[in-house]
Design a protein around this ligand. Structure first.
Ligand code: ADP
Length: 478
């Protein structure tokens, strides 16, 4: 049976009860000589009729009851017209009228509330209300569509049990924030009726009573599952692209890297040979052999470090934000590029602030940014006869020392100011063999670190690239 059919059967039942009750009151009132205001009981008939009738119907029932009261009064008291009977008659009439009036104003207030609540069904958001014990008291159509439970299924259930909500922080802390500010907003994971999980952007608003005590919480929830999945795919694609360009850059640096590894390897061989000679003497010089061995170990370590850095750069790994020193990251990059600089006869001026606070960063990603900026600067300084000065500086931003600032300044060709705002756009290149991805990837890396990257012309010719990264507050203060 549908809800409509059920409703009309119930109305017929109530109407029958009202008619029988009215008839019973009339018979008792008219035919029995009781000195009570029996007709007051017509109020019950009016109240019953309000459950299934509209305004006109309720007034009609009230007037019928008044008519029956009048008939009952006339029949019962026509020969015995006492003051008491008249008072009881008047009380009954008043009671019937007042009951009809109150029922009607109650009905219209309920109607207004119902139409306001119906507005909440128009929104696509899932909205539900829960009482302080977390029991659901209201569930809109959006919630029915999102979660799969009808209002009938959900109302009366414990919200967190029904939706198996997983919160981003301790629930006690979230509730404390809600009680204090009256609001909370965050991302939660919930389970739908079909068992699938959804990522929900949830906004809570607290309703308080006159004494400020929590009365109800309204949750407005929107499904951001697809949005988050798309973001994750985008991040994955960006990471893959960043990896490809990193490996491409390593290819460009192959000669420099080969030198950085072959040099310590050659040193290992020559120190090994020297050590052997010291030992093969007629009177072996153990101290000198030991010194050669120590140099061998030092060179082997250097080669190992270069290879370890290379492997880290070539590996495809997820970003990992750790407290790191920006100065150290720069030095690690220079160890790889150093030879390339020499080959290009670039003069390097390094000015690093030794008191620079630690930043929270992914070492490999930041190396990629720095290598890209330095490579671009070197590639811009190829004009014969022109100065080839590369300045790399670090420092804390003077305003509030909240930002670590890296500057890469060259004296190259520079770029026209009108293209400055397009430099960070993908596939913007002026190089015949360029991909135009370096700066665009650098920007996404820096922004993922909550930082900024910008470029401006160097007043003395060339370009200035500035990277600003937030310092790791916890470490910075320590
Ligand atoms: P690519 O190096 O493959 O061209 P990038 O995104 O790293 O890609 O650089 C985009 C463009 O920005 C370069 O082609 C160049 O025109 C310009 N550019 C970048 N750095 C500098 C610089 N230091 N001086 C002058 N122009 C630069």
């Amino acid at each position: 049976m549908t809800a409509d059919a059920q409703g009309s059967t119930a109305s017929v039942g109530k109407a029958a009860v009202a008619v029988l009750l009215g008839a019973a009151i009339f018979i008792v009132d008219t035919l029995t000589p009781l000195d009570y205001a029996i007709a007051v009981l017509y109020v019950l008939v009016v109240l019953l009729s309000a459950d299934f009738l509209e305004e006109r119907g309720i007034w009609s029932v009230a007037f019928i009851c008044i008519g029956l009261t009048v008939v009952g009064f006339l029949v019962g008291h026509v020969e015995n017209f006492t003051t008491g009977a008249v008072v009881r008659f008047a009380i009954s009439l008043c009671a019937i009228m007042v009951a009809a009036f109150l029922e009607l104003s109650n009905k219209s207030a309920n109607g207004r509330l119902a139409s306001q609540a119906a507005l909440l069904d128009l929104t696509h958001d899932a909205i539900f209300v829960r009482d302080p014990a977390n029991i659901i008291t209201y569930w809109n159509r959006g919630a029915e569509q999102l979660y799969g439970w009808t209002a009938g299924d959900a109302v009366g259930r414990h919200a967190n049990d029904l939706l198996k909500t997983r919160f981003p922080a301790d629930l006690a802390r979230i509730n404390a924030c809600l009680i204090e500010s009256g609001r909370w907003e965050g991302e939660v994971t919930q389970t739908k009726r079909d068992g699938s999980d959804v990522t929900i952007q949830s906004r809570w608003s607290l309703q308080r009573d006159r004494h400020g005590k929590a009365r109800a919480t309204m949750e407005t929830n929107s499904d951001v599952t697809q949005h988050r999945a798309a973001e994750q795919n985008l991040r994955k694609a960006q990471a893959e692209l960043a990896h490809v360009t990193r490996v491409t850059t390593l290819g460009e640096l192959a000669a420099s890297i080969a030198h950085e590894t072959s040099q310590p390897l050659a040193a290992i061989v020559s120190n090994g040979e020297a050590g052997m000679r010291w030992l093969n003497r007629e009177a072996p010089n153990v101290d000198a052999a030991k010194a050669s061995l120590e140099k061998m170990v030092g060179s082997a370590r250097r080669a190992h470090e270069v290879i370890a850095r290379l492997r880290a750069l070539a590996r495809r790994s997820d970003a990992e934000l750790l407290p790191i020193s920006l100065n150290e990251v720069i030095e690690e990059c220079l160890a790889l590029i150093h030879r390339e600089m020499e080959d290009r006869r670039i003069e390097l001026e390094l000015s690093m602030d030794p008191s620079l606070p630690t930043i929270l960063g992914d070492r490999v990603q930041l190396q990629q940014v720095i290598i890209n900026l330095v490579m671009n600067a070197m590639q811009a300084m190829t004009r014969p006869g022109a100065p080839r000065l590369l300045r790399i500086t670090t420092g804390a931003e003077s305003a509030d020392a909240d930002m670590a600032v890296l500057q890469v300044i060259d004296t190259g060709t520079g770029f026209a100011p009108e293209v400055a705002d397009k430099l960070f756009t993908a596939f913007q290149t002026t190089k015949t063999d360029g991909m135009g991805m370096g700066l665009s990837i650098s920007r996404s890396i820096v922004e993922a670190h909550s930082g900024q990257i910008s470029a401006s012309p160097n007043p003395r010719g060339g370009a200035i690239f500035v990277v600003r990264l937030p310092v790791d507050r916890k470490r910075g203060e320590a």
